[in-house]
Write a protein that binds this ligand. Sequence first.
Ligand code: 1VU
Length: 308
Amino acid sequence: MAAKNVLRRAMLYVPGSSQRFIDKSRLLSVDCVAYDLEDSVTPNRKVEARALVRKALDQEAPSGVKERAVRINSVSSGLALADIEELAKSKNLTTLVVPKVDSASDLTFISDVLAHTRSKEYSGTPVGVIALIESARSLSNLPEICRAAPHLLQGLTFAAEDFALDMSITRTPSLSEFLYARQVIATTARAYNLPNIIDLVTTAFKSEADQETLVRECEQGKSMGYNGKQCIHPSQVDTVQNIFSPSQKEVEWAVRITIAQKRAEEQGKGAWALDGKMIDAPVEGKARAIVAKAELCGLDVASLKDRY
Ligand code: 1VU
């Protein structure tokens, strides 16, 4: 498995045909920018966008951006081959976001093209793939998709707008029409041990009410097992990254559990109590996962460990 533990709480799309947006993205503090060659780029600017994105990748990494991924065009568009041929020349290509992955063959195609185009001198730098799940067909083929290229696949992403189009349904504020799709994607990604499960875009971004919607949708996605979210505007990034990090309260609870658990184990207790609640193996496991995630997010866990 390619399953690297990469933090992708916010994945910000940056239209690849806009030098202004690319320049702006270099000033941001964000886990992942995804330079977009797909929907935000009109057909007559695809070639230009490919060149701009290649140039952006070749530049020195900006200090606040942890990862620069590229969303290529879908395999069915006929443009993916040319996209990868150009991008594979860059030593800094690490991650492809592949849209409209409908079946296993989409990922075997990407795998074959990478194998043939990636320069030998860069073959030590493996390229990871995040697959966008956007259609009914894609949902029904999820296990095969997850098994198709385990050496590449690092995550699944739910694309609500295309899914709504495919299903002939309309997005509503409750998002209840996406419940099944979101749950199946999160569950299947966990079943195949994929580290990144990235939720739908909140399309409104300007007003205070839009920020409230963003918070609500982040919390809903997190409660379903998602650990990241697609963003379309810089104003969404901090909120998304905060919500997809463990809160101070969660980290304190988790640190207390991991410390108390050691004492309980010494006393031969598999089940014990803290603050009037039973703690046993799954709760301890959850606490350890929160501590590991907090450390990955760069939160100060060490001083809490000293305190307890
Ligand atoms: O004032 P400055 O120029 O310094 O900065 C502006 C603007 O350039 C910048 N900005 C961005 N920078 C990088 N990446 C972005 N995505 C981005 N969006 C904005 O932020 C400053 C404020 O911008 P603004 O509020 O004036 O916003 P605009 O009207 O300029 O742009 C709004 C849109 C929605 C057009 C823009 O944010 C955008 O293009 N977002 C990405 C769209 C996209 O990639 N769509 C496809 C992926 S989403 C999908 O497929 C599922 C629905």
